[in-house]
Design a protein around this ligand. Sequence first.
Ligand SMILES: *Cc1c(COP(=O)(O)O)cnc(C)c1O
Length: 230
Amino acid sequence: MSIAENIARIRENMAAAAREAGREPGEITLVGASKMNDADACRQAIAAGIDALGENRVQEMVQKLEQHAYDGAPLHFIGHLQRNKVNKVVGHVALIQSVGSAELLEAVGKAAAARDLVQDVLLEVNIGREAAKSGFLPEELFAGAEAALENPHVRVRGLMTIPPADADRDTNMRYFEQVRTLYVDINEKLFHNELEYLSMGMSGDYADAIRAGATMVRVGSAIFGARHYS
Ligand SMILES: *Cc1c(COP(=O)(O)O)cnc(C)c1O
């Protein structure tokens, strides 16, 4: 299967899940998670109409930016971001999906201020309370969002989450629903219902995520094929 065929099939599945949930297929954004795939694969995804590409590793993203891998589509940063690398990301991507702590939020704001711009971000929620994972705990999210609202150089566009990898399907679905509840709540209480993006769901569970309310899914291997870690 080609990248274009994979994207077409995923779009059909996304549309079916959206309709099941009583929503418009067109309101869900497909982000291609292109880590470990080369510039040519990125270009194929863009030619096939992917809505955005998302990268995880700063170094790989910088290299592929130099190769103009992302020309023609918005670029997102979706991976763990270290504070000492924010300068290589802020202002270079349309959206940082993985802002998961007050410290990182402040560092992003500082880098954006130095460049005299406003960086769009999603707040990442650590819904499974995993020690090894970044992200705001649910009870920290409100304060994180309030800090973001006070920072003129960051603009929160929504939430992102990655549930624990070992959750069974029902548990996974419950995690998605919990994040959706948080999203609706902070959207109403803090953002005048102007948030647009609830980013959740990957190759194995994007249809469930859409059923649970995702407006953005991040799909890697189902588009680009299995990644080979050496
Ligand atoms: C790799 C990655 C994805 C996509 O994972 P697949 O299972 O290959 O679809 C989504 N989100 C993030 C943050 C990732 O790192």
